[in-house]
Structure formats: C-alpha cells, structure tokens
Ligand binder design. Structure first.
Ligand code: C2E
Ligand code: MG
Ligand code: MG
Ligand code: MG
Length: 279
C-alpha cells in the first residue's frame, strides 16, 4: 500500500516539477523581452537617519509589471535571471536607470544598489559597473552596493577582488539581510563593509519577542565597535522605530518612513520632505 502511494506521489511531484519548469521558461522568455524592450523599472525606497527621519540615500528596487503575467516580484525574477544566465543584462539595465534617476537628487544622497551572488562570481563585474557609472556620469562615491552573506560565501576570493577594485574608486559596500545567512560574525571581520543592514525578520519581531530584541541590541553594539553603520530594514511602526533609536541604531528603512516609489514620486518626496528641512 505504502509503496503504491509512494509511486503516486512521485507522479504528482514530477507533474508539478514539469509545470514549474514550464512556468519558469515562460517567465524567462517574458523577462528577456522585457529587458530588451526596456520594460523593467526601478523604484526607490528612502534610507533615513533615525534621529531626524531625513533621507541619506535610496535603495533601488527592481519592478516588473508584465502585461500578461501581472506583477512579478524581484524575489522571483532576479534569481531566475541568475539561474538562466542573464543577470548581467538585467542588472546593467537597472543600474543605468537607477543612476540616471539619482543624478537629479541632491549630491549628498547615495544610491544603494543590490548586487546578486552570480555577479560576485564574475571577475568582469567591477568593470561593468564602473563603465555604466562612467556612461551615466554618476560619481562612484555616491554608490553603495548591497550584497548578501550567501554571495560572499559562494566565491569569496573573486567577490573580495571585485569589491576591493570598486572600493578603491570610492564605492561603498553594505551587508544586506544580516542575520539570515550563515557564519555572520566571521564575515564581518574578514570582509570590509561600510554598513550592515539588519534583516527585517528581526525588526518585525522586535516588539513581541525578547530574543529578537536582544539580538538586534547585540548587533548594534557590535557594529559600533567595528565602526560599521547600521541600517534596520522593514520598519513599519513607530514603536519599532522608538526601540531601535533607543538601542542606538543610526539608520532605518521601511514602510514607516517611505515605501518604494518610482523616480517621479521620489523627486516629489524630496521636494516635500527634504529640501526645506535639511536647508
Ligand atoms: P532586499 O534587498 O532586502 O530589499 C528589501 C525588501 O524589503 C524590498 O522587497 C522592499 O520592498 C521590502 N521592504 C522594505 N520596507 C519594508 C517594510 O516596511 N515591510 C515589508 N514587509 N517589506 C519592506 P522587494 O522590492 O520585493 O525586493 C525583494 C528582494 O529582491 C530584495 O531584498 C533583493 O534581494 C532583490 N532585489 C530587488 N531589486 C533588485 C535588483 O535590482 N538587483 C538584485 N540583484 N536584487 C534585487
Ligand atoms: Mg537590499
Ligand atoms: Mg535586505
Ligand atoms: Mg532580502
């Protein structure tokens, strides 16, 4: 009996896998077309000084709204582009758009851009990024690259070399989603980062779970000692912001401060919320 049920399950699974593969291939085709036709967009979310609520920069977040497939999350299509080998084309288009938009912001604001792990395995990445900045005329000192622990682990030496080359030209590096990967603490010592972004999973639990509160407090204290700036991600409520400020967290990001918005809305946000207050 159990044997028969086992076989039945295998059939169901393999049908599911076949369906998923078909869907992935459809998505891949649509995404490749969207890149060619310049239909992948980029939105911007403010990163603020927690003490004042004023932005110090914006994180670029990829957005793709396909006419047939609807809204597809970057958490789906970025990994797909990595697997299918065209993350470079996608990332180039995104960085170009993001840097072009950021040219209209006040010069002291930085652009934070996510780099995927596949890109950190490719020795050509530093050159690619710099040539895009050059073409757009965007100062590398205003660029911050967000990388994850997984990316550092898969190809540590190449990643190290890419980041060194970029850092020498003034690019800064943030460790994204901190706390979700593996062997986090060692990586903070072995690699040179400028910022650490505490994953939103911790922030979401900070008001309800003592353990998360202690972990965040410890991360902030440790980063202070290591001379690293801390960004808390995913702040949605005033109460979370208050606790984080009390712990000495310098920078924050989340719906409470501002949702990701397109380039035009970002300029309006700056007009309303930045120029007067920071003058
Ligand atoms: P991430 O880099 O950790 O980006 C932060 C994510 O948290 C974004 O999701 C953002 O919209 C979301 N978020 C920000 N504040 C809040 C909040 O208060 N509450 C909640 N619930 N969510 C919040 P998004 O835009 O869906 O992006 C998901 C992931 O996709 C990103 O995580 C990043 O890993 C990847 N990604 C997005 N754009 C790019 C890109 O241009 N290049 C690469 N390589 N990856 C990208
Ligand atoms: Mg990020
Ligand atoms: Mg993150
Ligand atoms: Mg993430």
């Amino acid at each position: 009996r159990s044997k028969r049920r086992g076989r039945g399950q295998i059939t169901v699974y393999s049908q599911q896998i076949a369906q998923e593969m078909k869907r992935a291939t459809q998505l891949e085709q649509a995404l490749r077309n969207a890149i060619i036709n310049d239909q992948v967009d980029v939105h911007f979310q403010p990163i603020v000084t927690m003490a004042t609520g004023l932005p110090v920069g914006f994180e670029a977040l990829a957005r793709w709204n396909d006419p047939d497939l609807g809204f597809v999350s970057p958490a789906i299509f970025v990994p797909l582009a990595e697997e299918r080998g065209f993350i470079d084309a996608l990332s180039e288009a995104l960085l170009r758009k993001a840097a072009e938009a950021a040219l209209s912001w006040p010069r002291e604001l930085f652009l934070s851009f996510n780099v995927s792990s596949a890109q950190l395995m490719d020795p050509g990445t530093a050159g690619n990024i710099l040539s895009i900045l050059n073409r757009v005329g965007f100062d590398p000192h205003r660029l911050d690259l967000e990388i994850t622990e997984t990316a550092m682990m898969t190809s540590a030496e190449t990643a190290q070399r890419i980041l060194l080359e970029l850092r020498q030209l003034g690019v800064r590096v943030s460790l994204d989603d901190f706390g979700t990967g593996q062997s986090s603490l060692g990586r903070l010592r072995d690699f040179t980062f400028d910022k650490v972004k505490i994953d939103r999973a911790f922030v979401a639990r900070i008001t309800s779970d003592r353990a998360s509160e202690h972990i965040i407090k410890a991360i902030i204290t440790m980063c202070e000692g290591l001379d690293l700036q801390v960004v808390a991600e995913g702040i949605e409520h005033a109460e979370e912001a208050e606790i984080l400020k009390r712990f000495g967290c310098g920078l924050g990001q989340g719906y409470y401060y501002g949702k990701p918005a397109d380039a035009a809305a970002t300029l309006r946000y700056l007009n309303e919320r930045y120029y007067d207050q920071s003058a």
